[in-house]
Each structure stands twice: as C-alpha cells, then as structure tokens.
Design a binder for this molecule. Structure first.
Ligand SMILES: Cc1ncc(COP(=O)(O)OP(=O)(O)O)c(N)n1
Ligand SMILES: Cc1ncsc1CCOP(=O)(O)O
Ligand SMILES: [Mg+2]
Length: 565
C-alpha cells in the first residue's frame, strides 16, 4: 500500500508516534522513500499497531482479511480456499467476488465475470462498514476490475495488500489474460506489500523471460520488486529439475535502506521444503497468499507471515495427500486439518481407565528396557490407557519417547497421557496430561491444551475432586490407596479415603497407589459406580515381563467386575 500509508496515519487505528512527512502523490520515483518511511513507521508502531481504538474499549477486535477473488465451484481454490485458510488461521474473512467459475478436479468449464460496477459495490459495502486489516487479491479478470480495486483502496486504505497475481488455473485455463498485465504493473503492484507469483506468473509479469533455475528466480524477484511491491515471493513449485520445493523471498528496499544505515540485512531468503508427492495441490497459491494475509492481520511481520504460511500449506498438503475428492487429476486440499484430526481422535471414554499403566524410567532402566518397549509390552498385555511418568528423563529424550509411544498407541487406539509435562504433551501431540495438586492448575492446563485433550488430576479429598470438575478435568486419580515405594512422602488414603472421593466426585475415578494382583479385587469391589479402574506402576514395570504381568492383572480386574455384579 505504498501511497496509502500516509492516509493510514490519520486514521484512529494508529496513534502516530514519529513525525512522518506526508507525501500525497507518489509516482514510481518516490516509492522507495515512501517504503523507507513506512518501514520506520511500522517498526515504531509495532507495539501499538493492533491496539483497540481508545473510543471503544469494550469491543474485541477481530483480525480481518478481505479477499477479492473468483469463486471456485469445486471449493479448492479462489474465494473458497481463502475463507477456509483464514478460518483455519483464526481470522475473519470477508469477500468480494470478481468472477464465478464452473470448475472441478478436471478443469475449468466456464467463467462468468462479475460486472465492474458490481465489484465496486461489493468493495464499497465491505470497506465502508467493516474495514479489514488486510486485503488479499486473487483472480482479477479485467483491467476495469483492477482499476476499480485500486481506486477503492485509495478511498479506503488498509494496513496491507497481498497480491496473488492469478493468471492461469492449475489446469491451464487462462483466468486473467495478457491485457491485464499493464494494470498489474502500473497500478496494483506498486500498491502491494507483497506479491506472490508462481514461475509462469513471474515470467508473464516480466514480459515472458524464461525462469528455470533458482538464480533466475532471484533475478525475477528483484525485477518484480523494481515494479513497486515492497516484498516479492517467487514460488518455485514448477521448477523443472528441482526435487525440493524452493520459494525465493526478496525484500530489497528495506535491505538497501538498512544497509545504508550500516545494518547488515539479508534481502533474499530461500524457503526450501521437500516435495509432498500428491495430486491434491489445487488451491495451494490461494491458500499461501491468504495465510500470509491472515498472519499479517494478526500482527506478524512479513517474513514471519511468509514462513508461517509456507509451513501451513505444507501441513495441509501432507494431511490431504491421500484424500479423494473428484475424478480429475488434480484434487483440492483439506484446509481444516486441525478440526479433522481432532474429530478423528477418539473422544475420552471413562472405560479407558480400567487398566491404567503408568511408566517409570527408573524401573525400566533397572530391567534394561526402553520406555517404548515398556509401553509396547503393556499395550500387548491389555493396558487400556498409558501414562508416561518419566521423572528422570531429559526433556529432548522425553519428547522423542513420547512421539514414538504415541505412534504405537494410535495404532492400538490406546490414549497416551503425559505426567506433569504439558510442554511435552503439546509438543508430541499426546492425548492429554495427568497433573497433581502441586502442578499447574487444571484450568490453566485446559486453556493451554484446548477442549479435546484429556486432563486427569490427582485428588485425595472431595474438595480436590470438586475443584477438578470445576477446572474442566476429564477424570481424577485418587490415592495412594495403599502404601507404595514408587512415590515418596505420599499420604495413604486407604479404601475409605478412596470411597469418600469417589462418592463425591462428578468425574470418573481411577485408583492408584500400591495396587497389584493381590489387592486389585478389593479396590474394584468397593462398588462405587464412578470408580472405573486401577492405575499401576510397580506391579507392571518393576517386573521382568511387563506383558505377562499386565495380562494377569487384566484377568484379575475382569474377574472382580464379575464378582461385583
Ligand atoms: C492416574 C494417576 N493418578 C495420580 C497420579 C499422581 O500424580 P501427581 O500427584 O502429580 O504425582 P506424580 O505422579 O507427578 O508424582 C498419577 N501420576 N497418575
Ligand atoms: C504416582 C502415584 N500417585 C499416588 S501413588 C503413586 C505411585 C503408584 O505407584 P505404584 O503402583 O508402584 O504403587
Ligand atoms: Mg505430578
């Protein structure tokens, strides 16, 4: 938004700090200085940029992207991809539709361009009433629409403009012809904060120069930058001989400017990632640009917005690589992977607490087995839930073990929880945590872990149990029921204490502490309905054969339920 930034200064959204000269009509010649001032200005404003306007403190500001693009009936690209990407990134998305396309996974069957004056009306409706932080453009199918958009943005300035110069569909259909190039070069690109061409689009913007190598991409990024956008991302997905996917990011003006101040600055960045082999790549360009826009709307700096967007697209590609939608050769991605993966994870079932195996690194070391082998054996023996309780393991090793155990647990449909370490649970994407009274409060753990993860809390009293319920826990662990050497200085509550907690608890309960083959039946025979099972450490892991011990204990537990009936 090269020549809009000075109008932005006068809006209530920003509280101007530095004194910045007002340049009202920037030709190409003054773009550099405008960018330089804007760079300084945005740096100075970084902290204030997204503060709520002082006049309306009660309202919660929602990051907002307006996408100006074409509709894809197949739902994989265009407006539909933009809405989904923004939603996945937690950003509100409004839309101005420039064209309606009839397309599917086979190709584009038809294009109906929205009349220019109706594009103008949509722009006015959104920009005048619900100003977005960032505008992102996709398919702009006529010179008139480009001009209308530029005019609207001059009238209603926004914080950033992300231009995805869509020209040809992935199936080869022309979506914006060569006549559009002049208006891109003369009007739209000089206003852009970032432009994200693929190789074909970069070549077209530069009059058809061949782009075949990463060196070519660098030259192209520089040449496009000279047209006026503040940043350029040339996407190398179509590089012929490349195995890796390499995109080149160029931020020339600020680097020259910073160098002139004696600050060393790298103006080229290469984003390199291994290729994900999948036919489901339709909509990657729209998704990347929308995610950059969404991250900018949330307040990110440009380079980190691009980094996050690249990572997000890779994650979506990888998640969607085997999905089957449509009969054509290029399928769409599934943007809402997070929702999906949570849905696919089996929700917590209190019956999972029946035979709860809790690991102990000291015991496993003593018997010469790894955590992973211990978990495998417990699952083979019939454990219905696993907790990694690794008090003596380094964080990095704990994380690796958690990831490896998670793979095994997922295959068997057995939930995996982490004792104490919410960071390890988050980093490994484990199914949840078990926390004690002196660990982080359960409501804080819930806020960190989100609604879908399992949280267990240790409770010795009805008050603890009541608090665990209020805090949003899923189950409670109650004990030590019997004396144990596994946990030092742990008060024993006995069967009576356990019963008191169970009776008062609104949550399912698992008993813990000194439980094994000899006393598991006595525990289960308490007969309180929400006592769902026993949690065991030494009876399984301080033994030579974990699988055999688990099997035997499972039989005892099954037997006890029969007797209880
Ligand atoms: C199922 C279950 N119940 C209780 C505990 C004990 O947790 P905590 O009180 O945090 O003690 P440590 O296990 O951290 O020593 C548990 N781990 N699992
Ligand atoms: C972690 C814990 N919390 C209460 S008792 C206990 C230890 C249980 O270990 P064991 O099953 O070996 O008695
Ligand atoms: Mg603990």
């Amino acid at each position: 938004m090269a020549h809009l930034c000075f109008q932005v200064l006068s809006t209530s959204f920003f509280t101007p700090k530095p004194q910045i000269p007002v340049l009202l009509s920037p030709g190409a010649a003054c773009i550099k200085s405008i960018h330089q001032y804007r760079y300084l200005y945005l740096k100075a404003m970084q902290d204030d940029k997204f503060s709520t306007p002082p006049c309306d403190e009660s309202k919660v500001r929602v990051p907002h992207v307006l996408t100006v693009a074409g509709s894809d009936s197949g739902g994989g690209a265009g407006i539909q991809a933009d809405i989904k990407a923004c939603a996945a990134r937690g950003v509100y998305c409004s839309t101005v539709i420039t064209a309606v396309t009839a397309q599917n996974t086979v190709g584009v069957q038809g294009v109906n361009i929205v009349p220019e004056d109706f594009v103008a009306e949509q722009l006015r409706s959104v920009l005048s009433d619900m100003p977005p932080n960032v505008v992102k453009t996709g398919m702009l199918p006529s010179t008139g629409i480009v001009k209308t958009l530029c005019q609207s943005l001059k009238e209603f300035p926004v914080q950033a403009l992300v231009v995805d110069p869509v020209m040809v569909s992935t199936s080869g259909h022309t979506l914006a012809g060569p006549s559009i190039l002049d208006s891109f070069r003369e009007e739209l690109l000089p206003m852009a904060d970032i432009v994200t061409p693929n190789l074909k689009e970069a070549s077209a913007l530069l009059g058809g120069v061949p782009l075949e190598t990463i060196a070519d991409m660098r030259s192209a990024a520089k040449a496009i930058h000279d047209i006026g956008p503040r940043n350029v991302l040339v996407k190398g997905g179509d590089l012929p001989a490349s195995l890796d996917a390499v995109d080149v990011f160029y931020d020339g003006i600020s680097s020259n400017f910073l160098r002139s101040l004696g600050i060393n600055w790298n103006d080229f960045y290469e984003f390199r990632s291994s290729r994900i082999m999948t036919p489901n790549t339709h909509g990657t360009g729209c998704t990347l640009a929308s995610t950059v826009a969404a991250e900018l709307a949330k307040g990110s700096q440009m380079l980190s917005a691009v980094k996050v967007a690249k990572r997000y697209v890779e994650a979506v590609l990888s998640y969607s690589k085997n999905i089957a939608i449509g009969g054509g050769c290029q399928g769409p991605m599934d943007h809402l992977l997070k929702l999906k993966s949570n849905v696919e994870r089996r929700p917590f079932d209190p019956c999972d607490l029946f035979l709860y195996a809790v690991t102990d690194s000291r015991m496993n070391k003593k018997w010469g087995r790894s955590i992973v082998d211990a978990v495998k054996a417990a699952i083979e023996g019939g454990a219905s839930i696993i907790q990694l309780r690794e008090k003596e393991v380094e964080t990095g090793d704990f994380l690796e073990a958690a990831k490896a155990c998670l793979k095994i647990c997922r295959v068997h449909g057995v939930p995996l929880l982490i004792n104490d370490r919410i960071d390890v649970a988050l980093a490994s994407d484990a199914d949840g945590v078990h926390i004690g009274q002196s660990d982080m409060p359960a409501h804080v753990a819930r806020a960190l872990l989100g609604p879908d993860k399992i949280i267990g809390v240790s409770c010795k009293t009805p008050e603890h149990a009541q608090q665990a319920w209020i805090d949003g826990a899923d189950y409670i662990g109650s004990g030590g029921v019997y004396p144990t050497n596994t946990k030092e200085n742990n008060k024993t509550i006995g069967l009576d204490g356990l019963k008191t907690v169970c009776v008062s608890s609104k949550l399912p309960v698992v008993a813990i502490g000194g439980i094994g083959m000899s006393n598991a039946q006595a525990v289960m025979r308490l007969g309180v309905p929400n006592l769902k099972g026993v949690a065991v450490v030494s009876a399984l892991f301080d033994r030579e054969c974990v699988m055999t011990e688990t099997r035997k204990l499972l039989e005892v537990l099954k037997e006890s339920t029969k007797i209880a009936k």
